[in-house]
Design a protein around this ligand. Structure first.
Ligand code: ADP
Ligand code: ADP
Length: 226
């Protein structure tokens, strides 16, 4: 069984060459997948198609075996975490995390209970009442992570989640991402430029170049020079 499957997925923005060209990929249950490759190779487009933020031109996307190619972003079992945190400045950590449940019509009591649970998961429960401008970059990132997990996605999508952090924090958050992925038992698909990041994190490394997948396998298989 797979958390996510891409079946010959293509994206064309205009005429010219496709941004993503008939890629197929299967992500086993509870995988940490790193999507690697040079700028412009199609990584973000792939992530946005998984999230439902970009239409697929051709092919199919499945989450837990169900086809969601054309489903609305909230109905896909995916959630996206952005690198620039994008927290609401006027809301506390707790209310930022609870927000997406409000949209889903979950009761206030349950929203707050679940937000506490996810703040605890990212070790931010002691700062639940802080506003974003009263938090460090790393703390804001933890809150953003909790916010993207509270909807209980089957697959979490992360677009260069560590690139805004200083080198020290980057190593710490990296370990946190791995811990949380293992604890929840869901798949993470993490776009990065960094081979180090992929080495430290990935159960499955996927290397893209020029709109296609060049290699997919364990870090060992992919980075070992033949
Ligand atoms: P990466 O994330 O690997 O840097 P992208 O997925 O952002 O690559 O881009 C892949 C290709 O698609 C690039 O040639 C880029 O210029 C093009 N592209 C990305 N987004 C758009 C868009 N919204 N409209 C037109 N072309 C785009
Ligand atoms: P399946 O589609 O294989 O039946 P589900 O989506 O039903 O899997 O998930 C199984 C259980 O795991 C459910 O009880 C669900 O609430 C829980 N679950 C799934 N994702 C998360 C998550 N990110 N955090 C916490 N619980 C989750």
């Amino acid at each position: 069984r797979f958390d996510a499957e891409l079946v010959a997925v293509t994206k064309r923005y205009g005429h010219g060459a496709p941004a993503v060209d008939a890629i197929s990929l299967r992500i086993p249950r509870a995988s940490y997948c790193c999507l690697l490759g040079p700028s412009g190779c199609g990584k973000s487009t792939t992530l946005r198609m998984l999230a439902g933020h970009e239409e697929v031109s051709d092919g199919a996307i499945l989450i837990h075996g169900a086809e969601i190619t054309k489903a609305a972003p909230v109905a896909r079992g995916t959630s996206m975490m952005f690198q620039d945190y994008a927290l609401f400045p006027h809301l506390t950590a707790l209310d930022n995390v609870a927000f997406s449940l409000k949209v889903q019509g979950v009761s206030k009591l349950e929203r707050r209970a679940r937000a506490r649970e996810y703040l605890q998961l990212v070790q931010m429960d002691h700062l639940a009442d802080r506003l974003p401008n009263q938090m460090s970059g790393g703390q804001q990132q933890r809150v953003a992570l909790a916010r993207s997990l509270i909807t209980r996605p089957k697959v979490l999508l992360l677009d260069e989640p560590l690139s805004a952090l200083d080198p020290f924090l980057r190593i710490r958050m990296r370990a946190e991402l791995k811990r949380i992925q293992k604890e929840l038992g869901i798949s993470f698909i993490h776009v990065t430029h960094s081979q180090d990041e992929a080495l430290a994190l990935a159960d499955l490394v996927v290397v893209m170049n020029n709109a296609v997948i060049m290699q997919a396998g364990t870090a060992r298989e992919v980075f070992e020079t033949p």
